[in-house]
Design a protein around this ligand. Sequence first.
Ligand code: NAP
Length: 500
Amino acid sequence: MLTGKHLIAGEWIGSATTYASDPAHGPSHDFAVGTSAHVDAAVEAAEEAFASFGWSTRAERAALLRRIADEIDARGDAITEIGTQETGLPDARLQGERGRTIGQMRLFAEYIEKGDYLDLRHDPALPDRAPLPRPDLHMIQRPLGPVAVFGASNFPLAFSVAGGDTAAALAAGCPVVVKGHPAHPGTGEIVAQAIDAAIKATGVHPGVFSVIQSSGTEVGTALAQHPLIRAVGFTGSLRAGRALFDLCAARREPIPFFGELGSINPMFILPQAATARGADIAAGWAGSLTIGAGQFCTNPGIAIIIDGSDADVFQSAAEAELSGMASQTMLTDGIAEAYREGVARVAGGTGATQIMGTNCDSRHAAPCLFVVSGDDWLADHRLQEEVFGPLGVVVRARDTTQMQQIARSIEGQLTCTLHMDDADRDTARALLPLLERKAGRLLANGFPTGVEVCDSMVHGGPYPASTNFGATSVGTLSIRRFLRPVCYQDIPPDLLPEKE
Ligand code: NAP
């Protein structure tokens, strides 16, 4: 079923001999490596497609999104089979993620049909107004044009070829060019086959969607710099995200770069909750920390608790839970290597003590637990950096004042969590205004892994959690990234792109 080729505007092209995937299990496959010439072809086709797709009706785009969902569903077994081989993720995880991917396509179809996202505003003409008449003014949110999407390694379906960025951009009316992630090229190709089939079935311009297989930076760099690309959606590391953000900003005509770069997602365990149910919170934390081998951007990497006997109970319970957990296969050798480096970095942090955990072989990771005092954590910035994998740090704060100091000191986060009981309300009231400035999502008595795809979700946050704190990459609000407001003054109503 795999060709190893790129899909460029409805054609499968490229010679599939230049790059072999490095799967976790099963056979390796050959894939083509994209070049800037492929980027030019895909982006020019996308620009041509925008002439019609940008003016397509919402019903036409909803039909395309629903058909994509159906075509992905129809290829479910093939996707799971290659997905497990490539990523090492279990069947159930890939089936669940497929459900989410299909669900978000259908959610966007429903959402654009309602039309609220257009934020239509109309100030009717006041021809008799003195001293000056008012013209007729319509404001409509309009699609930007071709969008580049970078597939993420850790969500081979929901944040990749047909993931949230692609769904939001297509829903808005923007053609999409995807840079495939080299960690799951086969999964990406089968999903691309589904989108290709949907495009052919619905009669949409084929330039609306392309995927370029790629390993290395040439394709990504060319996409971010291409003058016809109007925005970029990205999920991945701070290093790569920052490099691409800088490229987008340095263009002659800068474009928005929507990078979701992850965070350490601090969890504050307030005193009464710690006394009442510290061991239960520790058990929940251990589960959230290790799900998917900890390869989630919402992984709650640090737990802040007041030093003392409750902290002892919490720490011992976390250690006991994590000690019973086996090592897991990481997504790529590179990510496993980065995890080992992260463990070493934390181990070298000021005052950090490793409580449990061992290093593993090339593609596996075992949970690791560290403890550090609030003073040392505040003194050493290395302890604030994300470790992508199942690593937790217990930060033992002196008192609630130091908890507030820690809240003030943290960088931008996707999430911050409070574990609190009724008697903790005053402590929570003091922390919330601090944390609200740091994170896109605030939780009470829960765990941040498991991001709901819905209207209210915000999956973003101040830098470095994301490069654009006004945006979310999950949920229906994410469509706003690919729209811009246009005011139509005295344009005859039948010429407007959307009618009231
Ligand atoms: P990555 O290194 O950030 O790469 C993501 C994508 O960007 C890949 O397609 C990569 O291409 C491309 N890329 C990397 N550097 C680039 C550059 N300078 N210019 C243009 N394109 C560039 O992420 P990854 O491979 O998925 O994982 C590596 C690390 O990223 C992990 O260890 C983890 O720390 C972090 N990560 C974080 C999240 C999160 O949600 N926060 C998710 C995934 C990964 P090639 O791979 O083809 O070179």
